[in-house]
Design a binder for this molecule. Sequence first.
Ligand SMILES: Nc1ncnc2c1ncn2[C@@H]1O[C@H](COP(=O)(O)OP(=O)(O)OP(=O)(O)O)[C@@H](O)[C@H]1O
Ligand SMILES: CCCC(=O)O
Length: 369
Amino acid sequence: MLEQEHRILVINPGSTSTKIGVFDNEISVLEKTLRHDADVINSYESIIDQYEFRKQTILETLDHEGINISKLSAVCGRGGLLRPIEGGTYSVNDAMLEDLRAGFAGQHASNLGGILAYEIASGLNIPSFIVDPVVVDELDPIARISGFSMIERKSIFHALNQKAVARRVAKELGKKYGELNLIVTHMGGGITVGAHKKGRVVDVNNGLHGDGPFSPERAGTVPAGDLVGLCYSGSFYREEVMKKLVGQGGLVGYLGTNDAVKVEKMIESGDEKAKLVYSAMAYQVAKEIGSASAVLGGKVDAIILTGGLAYGKDFVNEISERINWIADVIVQPGENELQALAEGALRVLRGEETEKEYPGKKADKAALK
Ligand SMILES: Nc1ncnc2c1ncn2[C@@H]1O[C@H](COP(=O)(O)OP(=O)(O)OP(=O)(O)O)[C@@H](O)[C@H]1O
Ligand SMILES: CCCC(=O)O
C-alpha cells in the first residue's frame, strides 16, 4: 500500500532570522533562512510584536517559491519559553498561545514559533504543533536540588536537537531511543549536556542563563560569591550583568567574538590567550560530560557531540581525549532542527505517537493539589 503523503510547513524563529522548511513526509522540498534586517527587528518593542511581519515574510516566501499552502497537512513551529513540560509533540492550544504571547518564562524568539504555526494553520483548517521546546523538563527530583534552598535547578536546553540526534543515533545503532543511555552534548552559541536515561533527559545544565560549561557567548557556571560581589559593586545595572553572562559571556567576553572559526584562526596565528580560552571551553565541556556519566552510573551507550562547534576537529579531539574512556564518541556536527520539527509532526500525523496537550495554568493547579 502506498504511504500517505503529508506536506508539513516547519518554522524555527531565531533572533535575527526565521528558518522555514517544507517537507513531504521526511523529504525536504524547501529550506530557507529568511534573514531579517536588524533595523526592522529592533523597530519592534518586543519579540511578540514581530509576529505579523514574520508571518507576512513567510507567506510571501512560500508564494515566491511556488508552494501552494492549501496543500499543507500541518504547520509545526519551534516551541518557546513555556511552563516546564515533558518532551514530545504538542498541539498548539489556547493555554499555550496565552503563555507564548505573555512570554511566561521570558522573551525568546522561539516563542513566535507556536504562534506563527497556529495562525497559518488555523486559516487553512489544519493542525498546528510544537515539538520538544527548550523548556522540556524530565529532570529527576534529585537533579532539581541546587544546594541553595531558595533556588531550584531548571531544565532549559536544546531539547529539539538533542532528542532528534539521540533518536537518529539510536536508529543507527539498531536500537530504540528509550532503550539507551546517552550523553548528548549540543555545542552552539550555548552549550548543553544532557544525560538521556532510556529516553528521558534526567539531568542537563540550564544553557540559557544557568549553569554548565561556558560557550561562545554565555558564561555558564561562575563563582557565586564573586558574582554577588560584582552585582553589588555599584558599577553595573542588572541588565548589564545579565548581558555579561548571556550574549557577552564565554568566548565573546575573553576574545571579542562568538565565532569559533575566527578563534581557530587566532590560534593558528600564534595567539596564546585564544589557545588557552578555547582549550578551557573544551575542558569544561569534558567535565560536564564526566558529571553526566556519573548521573548515568557509568552505564553509557554513547556520547554524542553535535551543534556548530562539533565541526571544529581540534576542539572535538580535545574533548574526546578527555572522555573517550567513558563510551564511544559519536560526532554529528550542526543541527537539523527543521527536519526534527517535521519528524515530530509526522510521528503524530502517522499515529506513531499521540499529540500531547499543553496544560497551561492547569499545571499550576495540579501542583497545588
Ligand atoms: N567549521 C566550523 N569549525 C568550528 N566551529 C564552527 C564551524 N562552523 C560553525 N562553527 C561554530 O559553531 C558556533 C555556532 O553553532 P550553531 O550554529 O549550532 O549555534 P546557534 O544555532 O547560533 O546557537 P544554538 O545552537 O545555541 O541555538 C559558532 O561559534 C561557529 O563559529
Ligand atoms: C539553551 C536553550 C536554547 C538557546 O540556546 O537559546
